[in-house]
Design a protein around this ligand. Structure first.
Ligand code: ZN
Ligand code: ZN
Length: 351
């Protein structure tokens, strides 16, 4: 609410579903939260009558026939709100038009105000209960990774590895995978986003696994890269450099540290190894109800880390058409420094 007030709003309409869940507890696929002063309501439709009443705490539930966002905006106007903050990152042009038509013609012109980052800033710092859920998701991810190592064999397809991982994940209680599983073997490990394909794992070469599970709505995210057969000296050199960069960046994590400093810690190691030109993405991101959320760990990100944030640290080096290595941990920012949540070994491993 405060972020919206700074933008001159006394009401807000929240349409982004992870934010709706965060504020209300509602997990359905269609719902809008509206807040006006001290009053708050969740608007959803008849499919969710029972579920919404069971899940939502601390606000009224309104079941509507037409558009939930339209009803939310009409309600905000009726409560006396004069300005309504909305989420410009998520509201489509068509939705904004519908919202405008839901309030009276006289109000319409000046009612809606974009309020970027409305809920996302709140979500960056996790509470104790959220951290426990994230910890259990990270634990499950590590158990799954250790369990799937035996399936990493020459001739097995990447998709077969992903199926094994995902089947075990569901058996162990994951609601779903947090994102499409990345299994990238041999030259495909040079693709930072090599989704599991029909390609067979090589007799000799790296395999990168990047995956996450969702537990109680919260995501895990981890990457490990292992080598099948004996590595060439340059493969080993790259692995060691990425590991050193990753450890340096993790060690830099703590409260009050600027996000860009974590990124710089990884880049500095890779620069010394003359590999920085092949590190083509940012160093990490916040993770929670969404797989990618704030803060961003990248150049020019001055935002300071705060105890309770959960971030990933994931430098990588990608040599096109040859091979790539990425190592990713989830790291909790604590009052005194940090705690690595993903405990699977990242020591160089040959299978
Ligand atoms: Zn990842
Ligand atoms: Zn990640």
């Amino acid at each position: 609410m405060r972020a919206a007030e700074r933008g001159g709003a006394d009401g807000v309409v929240v349409t982004h579903l992870p934010d709706v869940r965060y504020l209300s507890g509602f997990t359905g696929s269609s719902g809008v939260v509206a807040i006006s002063g001290r009053k708050a309501s969740l608007f959803t439709d008849g499919r969710y009558t029972t579920q919404a009443k069971a899940e939502v705490a601390g606000m009224r539930v309104a079941i509507v026939k037409g558009s939930a966002v339209g009803a939310a905006c009409a309600w905000l106007e009726a409560t006396g709100a004069r300005r309504c903050g909305f989420q410009p990152e998520y509201v489509t042009v068509a939705q904004l038009e519908l919202m405008r038509r839901s309030v009276s013609a006289g109000t319409r012109r000046s009612f809606f105000r974009p309020a970027a980052g409305l809920v996302s800033r709140l979500r960056e710092v996790k509470g104790a209960a959220e951290i426990e859920v994230i910890r259990s998701a990270a634990d499950l991810g590590c158990e799954l990774f250790d369990g799937v190592l035996g399936s990493l064999q020459a001739g097995t397809t990447e998709v077969e590895v992903a199926i094994e991982l995902e089947t075990q994940a569901r058996r162990a209680g994951a609601e779903r995978m947090s994102f499409e599983t990345i299994v990238a073997g041999g030259a495909r490990s040079a693709l930072p986003h090599g989704l599991a394909s029909g390609a067979k794992l090589p007799r000799r070469g790296f395999v990168t696994l990047d995956f996450g599970v969702t537990v109680d709505g919260y995501c895990s995210d981890m990457t490990r890269t292992v080598h099948l057969g004996r590595a060439q000296p340059d493969e080993r050199r790259v692995y060691d450099a990425v590991l050193e960069a990753q450890v340096a960046a993790v060690e830099a994590v703590g409260p009050g540290v600027a996000a860009e400093a974590i990124d710089a810690a990884a880049r500095q190691v890779l620069r010394a190894a003359k590999l920085h030109a092949f590190f083509t993405h940012s160093t990490g991101h916040g993770v929670g109800l969404e797989i990618h959320e704030g803060p961003r760990l990248a150049k020019t990100q001055r935002q300071e880390l705060v105890a309770g944030m959960v971030i990933t640290v994931e430098p990588g080096v990608y040599l096109p058409k040859r091979f790539g290595v990425r190592i990713e941990d989830m790291v909790l920012v604590t009052d005194t420094g940090h705690e690595v949540l993903t405990w699977s070994s990242k020591a160089y491993t040959e299978l």
